[in-house]
Design a protein around this ligand. Structure first.
Ligand code: PGA
Length: 260
């Protein structure tokens, strides 16, 4: 594992993704142990799953208490019933909140089943809830193949806030298997904005596997531009990007080097 070359943020390349997952889980666990009341910004799906598994292990085996932790999820599909198996809420409850025993009053996820006229007010209330909780301490993030962070798809503005978005074709393609066909994947979603995400005190990005190699290179070494929303993260004062060797394959040598 190494801090493979850096400028104003850390890029850490690991041989196996588990090394990143364990390291990030330990960072979060240390913060929870120290402060108890911690606000976590959470992502859904395969990329962060190993971090959550390790946190569950720490909770069960080391007795770490998540009873005062509050969580704010990045995004959620729209146009699904609230208990639909494809919702991020369902996945988070099953994989994370029930296992970590986070009190349900502390869990915040944008709602999936809103009527059209409810969406704007819900987004404003979501921003307010984050602010009133004192802001996000650690934000976990993945990067989509198209450079999205949360559902801030290519073209998203650096100043964007929690809002309704149209999903990009690649995003819907990547979700097709989970929904049993692309025609079943929702077209709209709610996402925290880039400005919302950038207010988190720490941002921790994960990207694993060869299918992310091209976008990881653009996110880390390409020009900062709305076409690759992940590039806006590079202005953040406490950013760490964890990637495995496969995702680092297209980086320039000094950043891509793995050291044992
Ligand atoms: P993945 O996507 O977890 O499906 O690789 C990450 C993301 O889209 O943020």
């Amino acid at each position: 594992m190494s801090g493979g070359g850096r400028s104003d943020f850390d890029t850490i390349v690991v041989e196996r993704r588990e090394q990143a997952e364990i390291a990030l889980a330990r960072e979060i666990a240390a913060l929870v142990r120290e402060k108890r009341r911690v606000n976590l910004g959470l992502a859904t799906g395969d990329t962060p799953a190993g971090v959550y598994r390790e946190l569950v292990r720490i909770h069960r085996e080391e007795g770490l208490d998540f009873g005062q932790v509050s969580t704010f999820n990045l995004d959620e599909y729209l146009d699904l019933p609230p208990d639909h198996p494809g919702t991020f809420a369902r996945w988070m409850h099953e994989q994370v909140f029930a296992r970590l025993e986070v009190p349900s009053a502390n869990v915040h996820i944008p709602a999936a089943g809103l009527a059209r006229e409810e969406v704007a007010g819900h987004c404003l209330a979501y921003e307010r809830a984050i602010r009133e909780a004192g802001g996000v301490d650690v934000q976990i993030l993945g990067i989509g193949r198209n450079g999205h962070v949360a559902f801030n798809e290519p073209g998203a503005a650096r100043e964007s806030r929690t809002r309704e978005v149209e999903l990009h074709p690649w995003t819907r393609e990547d979700a097709a298997e989970a929904f049993g066909g692309i025609e079943k994947v929702p077209r709209r979603a709610i996402t925290m904005g880039l400005a919302t995400i950038l207010e988190a005190r720490r941002i921790r990005v994960l990207a694993f596997g060869s299918r992310k190699a091209g976008i990881v290179r653009r996110a880390i070494e390409g020009p900062v531009e709305p076409d690759v929303p992940a590039t806006f993260l590079r202005g953040h004062p406490d950013l760490r990007i964890w990637i495995d060797r496969a995702a680092a394959a297209e980086l320039s040598m000094d950043r891509g080097a793995v050291q044992a």
